[in-house]
Write a protein of this length. Structure first.
Length: 126
C-alpha cells in the first residue's frame, strides 16, 4: 500500500490518489490546521498542473497492523520545481489506513515539518 502511495504521489497521479484517499479523509497540515479531502485534492490538482517532481524519497517506514486498520509512519523528502522555483519538502508523515469494501484507503494523515523543510510561502501543504 505504501509503495503504491509513494509512486502515485511522486507522479502526482490525481485519479489514483483520489481512490487511495477516503472520502471522509482528515489531514492535519504542517501548520496545524485540519483539512478534508476536497481541500487535499484541490492542492494535488494544482500541484499536478504546476509542479515537476525531481525526487521523492521515503525513509524509515514503519507499519503496524490492527485488523482492518493499519498505521504507517515515515520521513518524506521531495524536491520539486514549481513555476520555476526550487522547493524541498521534508516531512514526517503518519497515515491511518482502513480496509473498506475489500480495499485499503487512507482515512487520516498527520504531517509535521522537519527542520530542513522549505514550504512555498502562502500555501497550506498537505
Amino acid at each position: 500500500m505504501e509503495d503504491e502511495l509513494t509512486q502515485t504521489e511522486a507522479r502526482l497521479d490525481v485519479d489514483a490518489l483520489d481512490s487511495i484517499y477516503a472520502d471522509d479523509l482528515m489531514v492535519t497540515a504542517p501548520i496545524g490546521i485540519c483539512v478534508d479531502k476536497p481541500a487535499v485534492m484541490s492542492e494535488i490538482r494544482q500541484a499536478a498542473e504546476k509542479a515537476i517532481i525531481g525526487r521523492y524519497d521515503k525513509e524509515d517506514l514503519k507499519v503496524r497492523g490492527y485488523g482492518n486498520t493499519a498505521v504507517s509512519s515515515y520521513r518524506m523528502t521531495a524536491w520539486a520545481t514549481v513555476e520555476g522555483a526550487e522547493l524541498k519538502r521534508a516531512l514526517c508523515i503518519t497515515n491511518v489506513w482502513m480496509k473498506r469494501n475489500g480495499g485499503w484507503q487512507i482515512v487520516a494523515r498527520h504531517t509535521a515539518s522537519l527542520p530542513n523543510d522549505t514550504p512555498p510561502s502562502g500555501e497550506v501543504r498537505t
